[in-house]
Design a protein. Structure first.
Lengths: 75, 141
């Protein structure tokens, strides 16, 4: 049986800096702390689905655009 | 970027909460402990406890105003990650306390001819709470 464990990478930092926002700005807009934005960007914390949706909505993107399976395409 | 904060179920502003929450717990708990010590007759220790907990409450109040994960948890606030940190730390703390209670019950039983005393009560409360919590929580998820 294959494992369903996936490593999820995200583009939050890339999109945030492109928008000219600080971690604190994005955290305030999303109702979370600056530390949580940092943890998400560094991959230490996987956000809940509602927060992931909110992040995607804030960048006018889909969740799949921002959170990607790092092993996608690999056998 | 959006013009307003999106609605996130369960989301809270990172700076909300009650800054005096942890300080209040320290004042009430320390006050109760000091009162019991005073009633027990050790007045010097009771006064010392009041001073200690008053200082601890002051430090907690100042600390709670900071912009950090710990401060958010001390304010009984925080976002989903900070609440998860608090929950995991509480679970680990409960595990340590439970282990200590079980070891205490075993040692007390060996020393006191099968009587497990207060440790047994703690073990029972912990075990019963876990069972009830499982029954209730599994219905909600």
């Amino acid at each position: 049986m294959s494992s369903i464990l996936v490593i999820v990478k995200n583009r939050v930092r890339e999109l945030r800096t492109a928008s000219g926002l600080s971690q604190a700005d994005l955290g305030t807009a999303l109702g979370v702390s600056r530390q949580t934005i940092n943890s998400i960007e560094t991959g230490r914390y996987l956000p809940s689905l509602p927060l992931a949706l909110a992040i995607a909505r804030s960048f006018a993107a889909t969740v799949e655009d921002i959170f990607v399976d790092d092993q996608e395409g690999q056998p | 970027m959006t013009e307003a904060a999106p609605d996130i179920p369960g989301a809270r502003s990172p700076r909300r909460g009650h800054r005096s929450a942890t300080a209040a717990v320290l004042v009430v708990g320390g006050g109760a402990l000091a009162a019991a010590t005073w009633i027990g007759g050790d007045h010097a220790l009771a006064i010392g406890l009041v001073a200690f907990y008053a200082l601890a409450a002051m430090i907690a109040y100042v600390w709670s105003g900071r912009d950090s994960d710990v401060a958010a948890i001390m304010r009984v606030s925080g976002d989903e990650r900070q609440r998860a940190l608090d929950r995991d730390a509480t679970a680990l703390s409960g595990l340590a306390m439970g282990t200590a209670a079980i070891i205490g019950a075993i040692v007390t039983s060996a020393r006191d001819h099968g009587n497990i005393g207060g440790y047994g009560v703690i073990c029972f409360v912990g075990g019963a709470t876990y069972a009830v919590a499982l029954i209730i929580l599994r219905r909600r998820r």
